[in-house]
Structures are given as structure tokens and as C-alpha cells.
Design a protein around this ligand. Structure first.
Ligand code: ZN
Length: 185
């Protein structure tokens, strides 16, 4: 089932999400639906708040970045109860976008390496280090669990320039090829 994407301005995107247990209702189906919805909207990641659930769950698909890092092909995973334990001091700047903030791309600086604890889709617990594109995709999705959006990382000046565009997104005055949920007016 393809799920609609909640867009900028919706309060769900601003809440800190909670851990779940592996007996969360219909978890397998939810994860599958999130993969399908991510693929349908050409995303490289999708976090539960973006489909209206404040739970610590996100999915990623790294294959579209194969030209930057051939080893990322097949990096398609669900992360449950993710918690970043460590971040490197070295940061990398990359251009980012988000299904919840359509039509905007901005440069964001993020740590190049992170260590994160999480459960996989089978409920197995991991503590793993991620670097490069993997760490970058993960940190964007992880931010969603913390109620943070990538536009929060841009300078106040850039944010001012984006203000009109963001306002248009939050009132649904945008053209996207996937279904969206706009904040209640
Ligand atoms: Zn996003």
C-alpha cells in the first residue's frame, strides 16, 4: 500500500519519535509499505513521521547513489529504534532534499561517520559504524525521528530566502508526483 507523505509544516514532523517493541501492530506490513512508498516517490529514505507515525523506524535505499559509491548498491534496510551513539568530528557538505520538503535542495554539513545502535527488521540488535553516503542517508532519516528537518541546518540567511517556498509547501501549493498530507489550516 502506498502511503501519503506528510509535508513541511505538519506538527507530526516536529515531534521526537518513540522506540517500539517488535510486536508493534502489523510491523512487517508497515515496513513493506514504507519501502513501497519510498520507491514510488523516488526517495532514498523514508522515516515513520513522514507517513504520520511518531515511532523510531526508517527505511533507506542507497542504490541511486551508485555513481558516488558503487559499494552502496543494495544498501536497502529498515532501521528500528535507531540511536546514534557517536559522531565523527569531520564533516562533509552535500546537497540534500526531502520528500517532505519537495522542490528544495540545500547544502548541509554532517559528520562523515557515525556509530548507531538499532534493531533490524528481524528484531536483531546491532551496534554498527556507518560512513560516507550510508552515514549521510541515515543521518537525514534519523533527524526525522528527532523532529528535525534538513532545512533546519541551513544558515538563517538561506532560511529567509526559502521562507516563501516553505510556506507554499505547507499550504499544499506544490506539484509533486506522490500523494501528500498538508497541515490542517
Ligand atoms: Zn527527509
Amino acid at each position: 500500500m502506498i502511503l501519503p507523505i506528510y509535508v513541511y509544516g505538519h506538527p507530526i514532523l516536529r515531534k521526537v519519535s518513540k522506540d517500539i517493541t517488535m510486536d508493534y501492530p502489523n510491523l512487517d506490513k508497515l515496513i513493506l509499505d514504507m519501502f513501497v512508498s519510498m520507491d514510488e516517490s523516488d526517495g532514498v529514505g523514508l522515516a515513520a513521521p513522514q507517513i504520520g507515525k511518531n515511532i523510531r523506524l526508517f527505511v533507506v535505499e542507497g542504490t541511486p547513489f551508485a555513481d558516488l559509491d558503487p559499494s552502496i548498491v543494495g544498501f536497502r534496510k529498515a532501521f528500528i529504534n535507531a540511536h546514534i551513539i557517536e559522531r565523527s568530528n569531520t564533516e562533509i557538505i552535500r546537497s540534500e532534499g526531502c520528500l517532505s520538503v519537495p522542490g528544495i535542495h540545500e547544502e548541509v554539513s554532517r559528520p562523515d561517520k557515525i556509530t548507531m545502535s538499532y534493531l533490524d527488521a528481524n528484531g536483531e540488535s546491532h551496534k554498527e559504524e556507518f560512513s560516507g553516503i550510508r552515514a549521510w542517508i541515515i543521518q537525514h532519516e534519523y533527524d526525522h525521528l528527532e523532529g528535525i528537518l534538513f532545512v533546519d541546518h541551513v544558515s538563517p540567511l538561506r532560511k529567509r530566502i526559502l521562507k516563501g517556498k516553505l510556506a507554499r509547501i505547507s499550504t499544499g501549493k506544490i506539484n509533486v508526483h506522490y500523494r501528500i498530507v498538508v497541515p490542517r489550516k
